[in-house]
Structures are given as C-alpha cells and as structure tokens.
Design a protein around this ligand. Sequence first.
Ligand code: NAD
Ligand code: UDP
Length: 313
Amino acid sequence: MNRILVTGGAGFIGSHLCERLLKDGNEVICLDNYFTGAKRNIIHLMDNPYFELVRHDVCSPYFAEVDQIYNLACPASPVHYQYNPIKTVKTSVMGALNMLGLAKRVNAKILQASTSEVYGDPTVHPQVESYWGNVNPIGERSCYDEGKRCAETLFVNYHKQNHVKIKIIRIFNTYGPNMHPCDGRVVSNFIVQALQNKDITVAGNGMQTRSFQYVDDLIEGMVRMMDTADDFTGPVNIGNPGEFTILELAEKVISLTHSKSKIKFIPLPSDDPMQRKPDISLAQEKLNNWKPTIHLEEGLERTIEYFKKILDI
Ligand code: NAD
Ligand code: UDP
C-alpha cells in the first residue's frame, strides 16, 4: 500500500484519480482549495478510512510523509484560469516548487499534470513531445501556458540537480463526469446547453479542432506513467488522437441529446489554438501499449447521463 498525495483532488480529473488509487488499495490524501473543485466530486469516498481530505492551497508549503504525489492543482478551464491570472501563475509555479520540495524531503515520486497548452497554437501537427511549441508569452492564455511550461522546467531541474523522481504528462482535452456544469470548457458547455435546449455557443466558425479524451483513458495512462522505471521522466502526451472540429462536436451533442438547440456563432477568443491532436507513439511505447479505448460518442453518452442526473433533467 502506497500513501499518495493528490493535489487538486476534488477537481474533475483529481476525483477520478482518487477513486482509482483507493480501488487499487492505496491510502490517499486529497488536497484542494476548492477554487474549481467541489466536495460533491469526492463525497462518496469520505467513508473510506484510507481517504483523507485536506483544505489547503498549494501556494503554501505542505508537509506529509507520502510515497507518491500527483500534482493536479490548477484551474484548467480558460474561463477560470483567466479569472485571476496572477493566481494561476502562482498556483502552477509555487505549487510545483512546494510539491517538488516535499518530494525531495520525503523521497517521493512526483507526477506533474502538464498540458497540450505548452504547444500553444501549434505549427507542428500532430504534436510530438519534441516540439517546443508556439506560445504568446503575453496573451490571455499565457498565465496558464507559461505557468505550466515553467512548472515543467522546475520538474526537470529538480530531477537533474536533486535527483527527484519525476514524471511529466501532457494531457490533451479531457472530458467526462464530475466536470462542473459551469466549468466553461467546450464539452460541458455544449452538453449543458443542449440539455436545456439553449443556443449552442460555437466560437469563431467552429473549424478549429480538438482531440477529446474520455477521463477513464487518461486515468489509466496516468497510473501507468507513475509506475514506469525511474529513468523515464517524460514528458509524454496522454490524449485521444481522434480529431474533430468544434462544429462537429456541437452537431454530435445536439444529435445525442435529441436537443432542439440551435447553433449560435460567438467571437473566437484571442490566441485560441486552431488545431490540436496528440502523437501518442511515445505513450504506446513506454506505457505498456496504452491507448485510448473510449470513442467520442460513447464518452459523450456517459457524460450526458451524468449531466442529466445533476441537472435533474
Ligand atoms: P479542475 O479545475 O476541475 O481541477 C483543478 C483542481 O485544482 C480543482 O479542484 C481546484 O479547486 C484545485 N485548485 C486550483 N488551484 C488550487 C490551489 N492553489 N491549491 C489547491 N488546489 C487548487 O480541472 P481538471 O480538468 O480536473 O484539471 C486537473 C489538472 O489537469 C490541472 O492541473 C490541469 O491543468 C491539468 N489538465 C487538464 C486537462 C483537461 O482537459 N481536463 C488538460 C490538460 C491539463
Ligand atoms: N469553445 C466553444 N464554445 C464554448 C466553449 C469553448 O466554441 O462554449 C471552443 C473554444 O473557443 C476552443 C474549443 O472550443 O476553440 C475548446 O475550448 P476549451 O475551453 O474546452 O479548451 P481549450 O482547448 O481551448 O483550452
């Protein structure tokens, strides 16, 4: 049994990870400041004596004897990370410093939830880990993109300088149950709008692409990455290479929900990446043939069921 710290554990991905780690027979400390997370996501785990909940902000140091750390604390939706950009940078950078400091002190293995956003608006397609990216350092998204890039820098240097056992994964757009109905990201927005027969807000002309990964596939990849040999640090892309335009996503959601919603075009936010698709060859090679198994339609159906339940539809 490992004692595992999950920062951002009450968030969308963190809550699924806590559940999986407990199921695998570990002891889990879930740390969160509830900025975008919710107790509702982890309430079903509260009765488990091997689950512990800590209200804490990763911008301040935290001390605990643990064997592994999954560092997920950071708002991930553009709406929420742009709400207080300075805080977003602090969370990424100071959070990484504090968690790496802890990993160093207690000799824990630490995994960083990095992002496809380190590639910015990519000029290489699909994105491979060796691509350095195309990020505007002073744009609306830079608090998140540059914060995450700096966190990667800290991780590799704690590894080189202090021999901390690190793992970096770059997560591509992930969706599923436990997303907040007001999260603001495209999949949850479209599903909530469709279930309420409201206009579906497609940004720009809807021809920009994303590759959507169902959360269970990500969790499997994350756990496999933590279990790789110490000399493999990543970064490694974890995503589903199926690529769809935002307009295609809108049409799929309308059809799966049998909604009366109409598509409404809204302005494209600045620096919105035009295309995104992971090259997952490295993940397949290093993570025991890992690959996504849940197709978009199946994942959307499961997510729609979740939102029907919480919106009481
Ligand atoms: P989320 O917003 O649902 O979860 C983030 C969690 O971190 C929330 O519970 C929030 O309350 C917590 N948090 C935020 N700031 C904190 C702070 N200062 N101290 C402590 N806790 C704090 O988002 P998510 O989609 O679950 O994302 C989790 C992680 O995965 C993030 O680091 C995100 O950057 C990364 N990621 C997610 C995606 C995706 O598509 N979902 C893609 C790439 C990377
Ligand atoms: N988007 C949209 N309507 C929405 C929310 C988002 O058309 O209501 C678009 C957004 O402009 C982007 C894509 O969907 O092109 C994915 O946005 P999201 O915020 O989910 O994640 P991103 O990959 O941009 O970080």
